[in-house]
Design a protein around this ligand. Structure first.
Ligand code: SF4
Length: 343
């Protein structure tokens, strides 16, 4: 356990259990939400119980890369030496942070660099929160002043494969006494772990659900996403319909255009058959080059053509802007470079 795993009430209970008054819990909470290191906290007594000192978060920004388009890629380091990455995208309306939920990933998607070394471990709720707090501070914010407006759970890891920690994180980051980021401003991206989509709806969460679909039929999806051997597209869409009924939130489908595989007219027609009439949106994504993978992406022009075809068939579709290509924008790319010793 690290202290950032705890809500304010839990933190106060925890310090009381260590023989301290509850207000020390609030002081620790404020320091953690300002992303201060323990040495920077000046209002705590010198002789704090060792257990508290040891469980104070020690995560930090390990490296930071700024792209020509002002996208910032962060590498975050944890106590045990593990590293994950996050991407900050700045828009007119605010700052969106894409963060990681696991070190590595065991889902094995063929177009993704995050899964090349499998799953190393789950991140705790407090380690996910730490990524947000560190970047918030880097932008000049603190526990009281929030600079980050939107979150995307789309870095390394499959969020619904780490369900308990991810949902605890969602509660922490949206808590009024914390950063108070509304769940409506949070997107959770999943390859489609069906039972946990139902669970998320039943547990009362209202984040935007984003499905990494990337294929218009099961046969094609199985070629690039091993999870497709477990769940059919129809099962995923049924779960999405349930999520929509419970939350009223439109579902986003991500579709990386892969040359010769999922970019044909028949693919557009299959998508229309699956999604027409369902409140959803399709993001057509130019494939980021991943040196370790051999799949070829389609260029932007082809993506626009494909999105137009979908619109003609009655679907809502746009091409996603690619950001930070010069700094390893695809998930897992930068971490792999740094772990491989490449600068
Ligand atoms: S795309 Fe997502 S689910 Fe698939 S391997 Fe990469 S991180 Fe895991």
């Amino acid at each position: 356990m690290i202290l950032s795993d705890l809500s304010l009430a839990q933190m106060q209970d925890y310090v009381k259990g260590q023989g301290l008054p509850a207000f020390r819990g609030k002081q620790l909470f404020d320091a953690i939400y300002s992303a201060k290191s323990f040495d920077e906290v000046t209002n705590l007594p010198k002789n704090m119980p060792q257990e508290i000192v040891e469980s104070y978060p020690k995560y930090k920004i390990y490296r930071k890369y700024v792209s020509k388009d002002d996208t910032i890629k962060y590498l975050f380091a944890f106590d045990d030496g593990n590293i994950v990455e996050g991407v900050l995208m700045s828009y007119k309306y605010g700052h969106t942070l894409c963060l990681s939920t696991q070190v590595g990933c065991r889902m094995g998607c063929k177009f993704c660099a995050s899964t090349l070394h499998g799953l190393v471990r789950n991140l705790s709720a407090g380690e996910m929160l730490g990524q947000v707090l560190l970047v918030n501070r880097d932008l000049g914010g603190n526990g009281k002043e929030r600079k980050i407006t939107n979150l995307v759970l789309m870095g390394s890891g499959e969020p619904l494969d780490n369900y308990d920690n991810v949902t605890t994180f969602l509660k922490l980051v949206s808590a009024k006494e914390g950063l108070n980021i509304s769940q409506r401003n949070i997107s959770l991206s999943t390859c489609g772990i069906v039972e946990n989509i139902y669970r998320l709806a039943d547990d009362g969460f209202s984040v935007t659900l984003t499905i990494s679909l990337h294929a218009s039929n099961d046969l094609s999806r199985r070629k690039s996403m091993p999870i497709a051997n477990k769940y059919s597209i129809k099962e995923i869409i049924d779960a999405c319909k349930y999520y929509f009924e419970k939350t009223g939130r439109r579902i986003i489908f991500e579709y990386v255009l892969i040359s010769g595989e999922n970019d044909k007219d028949e693919n557009a027609q299959e998508l229309a058959y699956l999604l027409r009439g369902f409140p959803s949106h399709i993001n057509v994504i130019p494939l980021n080059k991943v040196a370790e993978r051999s799949i070829k992406g389609d260029n932007r022009e082809k993506c626009y053509e494909f999105a137009k075809k979908l619109e003609k068939l009655g679907l809502s579709a746009t091409v996603r802007r690619t950001m930070g290509e010069d700094i390893g924008g695809a998930c897992g790319q930068l971490r792999n470079k740094v772990l491989g010793g490449e600068k």
